[in-house]
Design a protein around this ligand. Structure first.
Ligand code: PLP
Length: 520
């Protein structure tokens, strides 16, 4: 074949491809009648040569979505899933705004700052001296608690380094070679694993008792030394929703600092509790009212009721704290700090957070908290009442009806002689459309990767499960969940699971556990 013929053929193929592209893009037929329906388009490793019709692409995504668990029946995750139509419109509007462009979107950024201010005052942050200069408390909207925890950790690291360098008269290189530590409960969420690994920080882990899930302040006292850049208290661990006693840890930190001339501070990881604890009466001070609390973070997308991908961090002050992670930005003649790990992000989370703060107000958040706590009590009472051969089916492990997150955590009663475990229960419950995650009482050490017991007084192999009660869980849904428990348990009782719990299934379930225990 001559070169001219080859070139002609190439042109014909290109024209056919363009034609196919145009036809596909313009086609408005239902995906199911189209020629594309017989191909696994999402399984392809490469972009298709020709573009697909909008309907086809949307259908593909809808199909994938419908194969997921229903987010409203996912009691494993803390993420808010209910939105008013106006809120969805606001979120869509925010998708087109890049918050990094502060000069182009100054009003959107002002909304961000206003949210930071509302949250800082919700957490009783003292007004910083430089408030008038900046017009905003030192803080930032982030993509979630993880980014917020990483930023708070970075600020603590640089603060500690400056202090330690001065104390020992070290050079920059000498102090950089020294690895600081963070004291935290073993019930930490995977966000902190990122901090230990990415920022090269030693985890000083304090294992709580299974009876409380709360860090022991005396254990914290023993773990602190002069390389401790901070103590992290968790206001609502993701396993059981219990609050670490920040108020007692604060006293310990004051003692340790005054006895040794140190300056250890506390970060409160209030990923879930940040929008629950402020609405619970008679709870001891846990926030900036405590003198050693230097920063607090929370997920806007959990009980903050914003949409997925929203987090907040607030620092007590800029001086020798948030300034360590600030990148100064000048815009429209004003002065601003950028704290986030990356610049670009959609404004949706900030818009929806602002919407929710104004729409609910203090009274709305309080009402929501009360509803969720009451629904948690309803579920807890329901599980407590379930018996098998005269024995309680479950041992309740959460903190009860107040001063904790609206979470119900339990385990199958080890004395009831069941052949199945909590992870089998999770799988059978899923047949009733409910996702209730079961997991083992162990964690992977972030550095050694050894599997270790989560609690100092419980077997690492013991399982448990949790039900996170969110705003979308109405009482009739809670009733259905209890009925589903009953149906699942009668099925489980009728089968002997002993053989299933051999070595291979145990390994398999161990894999499951690694995934579910990181749920947020
Ligand atoms: C205590 C705690 N910290 C941090 C996180 C991470 O939150 P995010 O998913 O918003 O990054 C979670 C999530 O569940 C959590 O419970």
């Amino acid at each position: 074949m001559s070169n001219t013929e080859i070139n002609d053929l190439k042109r014909e193929v290109a024209a056919l491809r363009d034609e196919l592209h145009r036809t596909r893009q313009q086609a408005d037929t239902s995906y199911y009648f189209s020629a594309d329906a017989e191909h696994d388009l999402s399984g392809e490793a490469h972009m298709p040569d020709a573009g697909l019709p909008a309907k086809t692409v949307k259908t593909l995504i809808e199909n994938a979505h419908s194969l997921d668990f229903d987010q409203k029946l996912n009691t494993s995750s803390y993420v808010n899933v209910s939105f008013e139509p106006e809120e969805e419109e606001v979120a869509l509007m925010g998708l087109q705004v890049n918050l990094a462009d502060q000069t182009v979107y100054p009003k959107s950024y002002a909304i961000h700052d206003s949210v930071v201010n509302m949250i800082a005052t919700l957490w009783n942050c003292p007004k910083p001296d430089d408030f008038d200069e900046y017009g905003v408390y030192p803080g930032a909207g982030t993509v979630g608690s993880t980014e917020a925890c990483l930023l708070a950790g970075l600020a603590l690291k640089f603060r500690w380094r400056a202090w330690y360098q001065k104390l020992h008269g070290l050079s920059d290189d000498e102090v950089r070679a020294i690895r600081p530590n963070v004291v935290i409960s073993t019930c930490y969420q995977a966000a902190w694993e990122k901090l230990f690994k990415y920022l090269d920080i030693e985890p000083r882990l304090v294992a709580p008792s299974r009876d409380t899930f709360k860090v022991d302040p005396e254990g914290v006292r023993e773990a602190i030394d002069d390389k401790t850049m901070g103590v992290v208290c968790i206001m609502g661990n993701h396993y059981g929703g219990q609050y670490d006693p920040v108020w007692d840890v604060d006293k310990v930190v004051t003692d340790v600092n005054s006895a040794n001339g140190w300056q250890v501070g506390i970060h409160v990881d209030a990923a879930s509790g940040g929008f629950i604890a402020p609405f619970q009466d008679d709870l001891p001070a846990w926030d900036f009212r405590l003198p050693n609390v230097l920063s607090i973070s929370s997920s806007g997308h959990k009980y903050g009721e914003s949409c997925c991908g929203t987090g907040w961090v607030v620092w007590r002050e800029r001086r020798d704290l948030s300034e360590h992670v600030a990148i100064s930005v000048t815009y429209l003649g004003g002065k601003a700090d950028s704290y986030t790990l990356n610049f670009s992000r959609p404004a949706s989370g900030v818009y929806v957070q602002f919407y929710k703060l104004l729409r609910f107000g203090m009274a709305g958040y309080r009402q929501c908290e009360e509803n969720m706590m009451r629904n948690a009590t309803f579920l807890r009472d329901g599980l407590r009442a379930m018996e098998h051969n005269g024995k309680a089916r479950f041992v309740l492990l959460d903190d009860g009806d107040e001063h904790c997150l609206p979470v119900v955590t339990a385990m199958l009663n080890p004395d009831a002689g069941f052949t199945y475990d909590d992870i089998d229960l999770q799988h059978v419950l899923s047949q009733h459309h409910w996702y209730v995650s079961g997991y083992k009482m162990n964690y992977l050490h972030p550095i050694s990767e050894d599997t270790l017991p989560l609690f100092h007084d419980a077997e690492a192999d013991q399982s448990m499960f949790r039900i996170v009660v969110k705003g979308n869980l109405t009482r009739d849904m809670a009733e259905d969940l209890l009925e589903s428990f009953n149906a699942a348990l009668s099925f489980l009782d009728s089968v002997d699971f002993s053989a299933l719990h051999g070595v291979s299934t145990k390994d398999m379930r161990h894999k499951d556990q690694r995934i579910v225990s990181n749920h947020c």
